[in-house]
Design a protein around this ligand. Structure first.
Ligand SMILES: Nc1ncnc2c1ncn2[C@@H]1O[C@H](COP(=O)(O)OP(=O)(O)O)[C@@H](O)[C@H]1O
Ligand SMILES: [Mg+2]
Length: 275
């Protein structure tokens, strides 16, 4: 594990502890912090990672009108889950995770029908309550997107599409680094990538009220088929190098050192005691 990953894990464990205040999570955090320290990180690094994640979360929360159904559209390994992870965990409905819940294996496609049924139930429950919901799945097929748009409409909620335009080679490289059960077959990945580009001109007509792109470089964008670029421009869609509209984070000064600075003072934060 890299030092950066260890720091990110320790920061996430501290966040979790702050919400749950559970002894188990305290131990998980201690282990994670120890791992990061062993790899040469400092407690300040971990606290800074927490501040960064917090900032990113606030930015993410402000991206969409409250109550929006946010639909990711993109091939495997294009960055959908990475994007989804910047939102509060409870906002995200991830199909891989649901496949794992119903079939013990996130990559087991035979569990898809049951996972989709759960996905729809969760989406509907959250939209009914007016809560922003991020659907983390490929959604490269118009038929699948139609179902999602129709769910948002039934509840009178806005529906945003976030299209992941990372180039095929990047997706292939990331895909090849995944564990075997999570790897998308090469031909399927190529097809998903094509379908993603083909989706861009269709999204407005499909009823999406907010369309954004993530992950394309200017070179990717220049390489996209002319029809896609023209349609995107006419919809006011533009490429962004990484994530849309996020401002750089002014480095925050953090209290130093002890574990409390990492976990946050008791009673502060979103969860609060016993939440
Ligand atoms: N913009 C990016 N820059 C660097 N790494 C990225 C980026 N987007 C995604 N990744 C990495 O690529 C891998 C696949 O991303 P992931 O979000 O899991 O894809 P998806 O959910 O679309 O299948 C992950 O290891 C992730 O951290
Ligand atoms: Mg994913």
């Amino acid at each position: 594990m890299s030092r950066q990953d260890a720091v990110a894990q320790a920061a996430a464990a501290a966040d979790r502890l702050q919400q749950t205040r559970s002894i188990t999570d305290l131990h998980v955090m201690q282990d994670a912090v120890q791992r990061a320290l062993n790899l040469g990180a400092s407690l300040q690094d971990i606290a800074a990672a927490r501040a960064d994640a917090d900032h990113e979360r606030r930015q993410a929360e402000a991206l969409f009108e409250p109550g929006t159904l946010v639909v990711t559209v993109g091939p495997g390994a294009s960055g959908k889950s990475r994007f989804a992870a910047t939102f509060p965990h409870s906002w995200v409905v991830c199909l891989d995770e649901l496949r794992e819940r119903v079939g013990d294996d996130a990559g087991d496609q035979s569990a898809t029908p049951q996972a989709v049924a759960l996905q729809d139930l969760l989406i509907s429950a959250r939209l009914e309550r007016g809560l922003t919901t991020v659907v983390d799945s490929t959604n490269v097929e118009a038929r699948v997107r139609r179902g999602l748009v129709s769910q948002a409409r039934q509840h009178g909620r806005p529906v945003a599409a976030v299209v992941f335009l990372a180039d095929l080679e990047t997706c292939e490289a990331r895909n090849s680094r995944r564990p075997a059960n999570r790897r998308v077959p090469a031909a399927v990945l190529r097809w998903q990538h094509e379908q993603t580009l083909a989706a861009v001109p269709l999204l407005a007509d499909e009823g999406f009220t907010d369309i954004r792109t993530v992950g394309a470089t200017s070179a990717d964008w220049a390489a996209a088929p002319r029809s896609v670029r023209a349609a995107a421009r006419s919809l006011g869609v533009s490429w962004t190098a990484a994530r849309p509209t996020w401002k750089p984070h002014p480095t925050q000064r953090v209290r130093d050192t002890d574990a409390e600075a990492v976990a946050g003072a008791p009673g502060r934060g979103r969860g609060g005691r016993g939440a």
